[in-house]
Unconditional design. Structure first.
Length: 514
């Protein structure tokens, strides 16, 4: 263990040195520290305020969050697995005369640290959570720890699934069917429990997540139970969670040792896949998560003239890259929006704002963004502005469908009017155009800005800045006509669309500089 201990300490030291010597990272660290301090201070004042919502709703949200994380990560085991190592680890450790279980333990501990770092965004929600449920900042720390453990155990689950199925397609299909059946069975049970207890309402759904059966949901059930116990101060529930994690770890180590003798080869393959994806992002190359077996269907584009060929090409790529019309990210957004409707049933505008906030992170990875890293669009002898518009055209149907499915629950659950719901759909679509235009602006100003982590801060600031005209227009209309919320959203849509078109026109020459 001495070489691994030395390697861990050396990695930590090098990370600190690299952080100190990087001005961009120092700025990001300072911003995050200020935001974290602000969240802790505001949560203290929010904790003393009066609140009306039941604390079990928070427990249900924790369970739902952990369950979504578990499903999204563990299903990777049916495709590329989930590696706990970097290529540097592979080169240094896999070639050393260390025991396999020792190397595995090193990878697990290393992955746990990464998992905790990934969940730091939870701490910035302290103001909302503390004011709504009357809890302290320490509650967010418990949720963060539970999040890290959930990601950690989900990675382990994905690796076991991959070891079981990587060399046998029949076994992979059978296990995938069983995996899907288990998830749908738990979901159906929750809906059925709520239905027989008086209907599918928020209180009944919350109670369904607190049943003994829900606690048996893989990983997330017990972890959410332990976090709830930590919030309530129940030592028994915390101990049960710890025992579960220890047993899960032990079973994992036994499983990867017995299931597949080529464990190192499996880890190496999944690590190479992860490394290739990271290297592609750093080099500005597009990466595609396509199914293992792609049904090509018709070969060739055979449609479109000039710049319109780009839109036709995107249609074919979308059809081949996924089995469903919408992507997994879009489906998750729809589910989260629906759940939020139950929680904030009397605040449809807040639910709409949340759906737009989620879209800011998902729309930047659309097909149009990947096209900028390919040479084809630069070679078409058409005007730059026309090519930009056709590049975005293929994403419009999915944005429209996603907006409709996100706003329909607002109509049924939040009891918004038909006019308000239609106006919200238009407003959300206009925000999609605005977000795409902001991405083009950053591309023009900073080049391959996704290499620079500091630009993520500018990305959010630019979106807020260019959203101000639309928000101002909506506020002005609502002040004049306070009983017509739909008119405010229509005004916002018009202004957002105009701003997006102006930004896109100003950024049209990015296709002239390869």
């Amino acid at each position: 263990m001495k070489p691994l201990l030395y390697l861990t300490i050396r990695k930590a030291k090098n990370g600190i040195i690299e952080f100190v010597k990087s001005p961009a990272r120092l700025i990001i660290g300072a911003l995050f520290a200020c935001m974290l301090i602000f969240s802790a201070v505001t949560s203290g004042s929010a904790h003393t305020s009066h609140y009306t919502r039941d604390i079990t709703e928070l427990y249900a949200i924790i369970f739902a969050l952990y369950s979504v994380i578990f499903v999204l990560i563990s299903k990777n085991g049916f495709y590329n697995g989930a590696s706990m190592f970097t290529m540097q680890d592979v080169n240094l450790i896999f070639t050393s005369p260390l025991k396999q279980n020792t190397v595995l333990s090193f990878g697990l501990i290393q992955q746990l640290g990464r998992s905790l770092m990934l969940g730091f965004f939870i701490l910035f929600q302290s103001g909302t959570v503390c004011s709504t449920y009357g809890v302290g900042f320490e509650t967010l720390v418990y949720i963060l720890i539970g999040y890290g453990v959930t990601v950690f155990l989900s990675q382990m689950t994905a690796m076991v699934i991959y070891s079981l199925t990587c060399s046998d397609d029949k076994k992979r299909k059978a296990l995938k069917s069983a995996y899907t059946a288990v998830i749908f069975a738990f979901g159906a049970y929750a809906l059925y429990t709520a239905y027989i207890n008086g209907g599918i309402t928020l209180p009944n759904l919350v109670q369904a997540t607190q049943t003994l059966t829900a606690k048996f949901f893989p990983v997330s059930g017990v972890i959410a139970y332990a976090v709830s116990g930590a919030i309530d101060g129940s030592v028994k529930e915390i101990i049960i969670g710890l025992i579960y994690c220890i047993v899960f770890w032990a079973l994992y180590r036994v499983a990867v040792s017995l299931i597949n003798s080529d464990y190192y080869e499996d880890v190496l393959k999944s690590t190479e896949n992860s490394f290739s994806a990271i290297a592609a992002r750093k080099e500005g190359k597009a990466s595609e998560n396509a199914p293992r077996n792609v049904k090509t269907g018709k070969i060739g584009i055979n449609k479109g003239v000039g710049a319109s060929v780009i839109a036709e090409k995107h249609k074919i790529e979308n059809r081949r890259s996924r089995k469903l019309i919408l992507s997994t990210v879009s489906l998750v957004q729809i589910i989260i929006t629906t759940v939020t409707c139950f929680i904030f049933s009397d605040e449809p505008v807040a639910v709409f704002a949340l759906s737009v906030y989620m879209m800011t992170m998902s729309i930047a990875s659309g097909r149009w963004a990947k096209e900028l890293s390919y040479p084809y669009i630069y070679l078409i002898p058409e005007s730059s502005y026309k090519k930009l518009l056709y590049m975005v055209k293929s994403d419009i149907p999915s944005v429209v469908l996603e907006s409709i499915l996100c706003c329909i629950p607002i109509y049924f659950i939040c009891y918004a009017t038909v006019a308000d719901t239609l106006a919200m759909i238009l407003a959300r679509i206009s925000f999609a155009f605005l977000i795409i235009a902001v991405n083009l602006l950053l591309q023009k100003v900073f080049g391959e800005y996704d290499k620079k982590k500091l630009i993520v801060v500018f990305y959010l600031l630019f979106i807020m800045l260019f959203s101000i005209p639309g928000i101002f227009a909506a506020t002005a209309v609502f002040v004049v006509m306070p009983f017509y919320l739909s008119a405010a959203f229509i005004a916002m849509s018009a202004v957002n669309t105009a701003v997006a078109l102006i930004l896109a026109f100003c950024c049209r020459r990015i296709l002239e500089n390869v």
